[in-house]
Design a protein around this ligand. Structure first.
Ligand code: NDP
Ligand code: 8X3
Length: 250
């Protein structure tokens, strides 16, 4: 039987990269996306011993580049079974009155519009084949708003609303749509959010944060359920975290 094919955005780091490794372990062929080409090449080299791997180097903020990259897929990778919309980040942690416009643009353009552009390129193949599975990586920030989280929380609330909309609209086609919403995961996320501020190195101190591998294993669990089971929405915290503002530290 032919392997399934998954396209993962944000595969150069953190949750996306861990998911690529987890999928390869389970014989899922991979289309890996991201802006850092060298990293994509290194991951491809490591994983192509196990499965077929194709890389796509584009910025999800760029509509034309995104559609062109996905349109360029060779025949063997053109029928995508699983889409993991993972690319995204927080940029800044500022009160709304002093927030930075470039940070706001980045979060809305990447987390929300980028997810839409990628989905727009892939969904028609899924509807034509009447099958597919889309998993959007939301956040606990999409479930509740925390101080100074304003626009990042807004972008992740949007991801959740879009996930629900996708699930409704794609229901007639038998396409599964779900979201996983993690709390604190120790990745490059805080380095991006705090842009070189040493505070980035302290975010996961004093408690056992979720690791990218924890989320990757849950994503594989989601995609490996039987045909009649769709995990629609998951909220996952480290044990030490009760909500966005309550974390038990040593
Ligand atoms: P990382 O910073 O480790 O990874 C982010 C990934 O997104 C990278 O592979 C990066 O690739 C990609 N990316 C960022 N901007 C763009 C862009 N403009 N175009 C294409 N790719 C882009 O963070 P995480 O793994 O933690 O984050 C993955 C997802 O998980 C995000 O959506 C994040 O919001 C979400 N999340 C993270 C949590 C956490 O605490 N870490 C908790 C809840 C949700 P490259 O730079 O090479 O383009
Ligand atoms: C990442 C988790 O709490 O930093 O989405 O927003 S948080």
């Amino acid at each position: 039987m032919k392997n399934k094919i998954a396209l993962i955005t944000g595969a150069t780091s953190g949750i996306g990269r861990a998911t690529a490794h987890e999928f390869a372990k389970h014989n899922i062929d991979l289309i890996l996306c991201g802006r850092r080409l060298e990293r994509l090449q290194t991951i491809k080299k490591a994983l192509e011993k196990e499965v077929d791997v194709h890389i796509l180097n584009f910025d999800v903020r760029d509509k034309t580049q995104t559609l062109k990259a996905i349109d360029s897929l060779p025949e063997a990778f053109s029928e995508i079974d699983i889409l993991i919309n993972n690319a995204g980040n927080a940029h800044g942690l500022d009160p709304i009155q002093t927030g930075n416009l470039d940070d706001w643009d980045a979060m809305m353009d990447i987390n929300v519009k980028g997810l839409l552009y990628v989905s727009k390129a892939i969904i028609p193949g899924m509807t034509a084949r009447q099958s597919g599975h889309i998993i959007n990586i939301g956040s606990s920030a999409g479930k509740e708003v925390y101080p100074n989280g304003n626009v990042y929380c807004g972008s992740k609330h949007a991801v959740l609303a879009i996930t629900e909309g996708m699930r409704i609209d794609l229901n007639p086609y038998g396409i599964k749509v779900g979201a996983i919403n993690p709390g604190l995961v120790e990745t490059e996320f805080s380095k991006v959010r705090f842009k070189g501020d040493p505070i980035a190195d302290t975010v996961y101190n004093g408690f056992h944060a979720l690791q990218a591998q924890d989320i990757a294993e849950i994503i594989y669990f989601m995609v490996s359920r039987p045909d009649h089971v769709n995990i629609a929405d998951l909220l996952v915290f480290p044990t030490a975290q009760a909500n966005s503002t309550t974390v038990k530290k040593n």
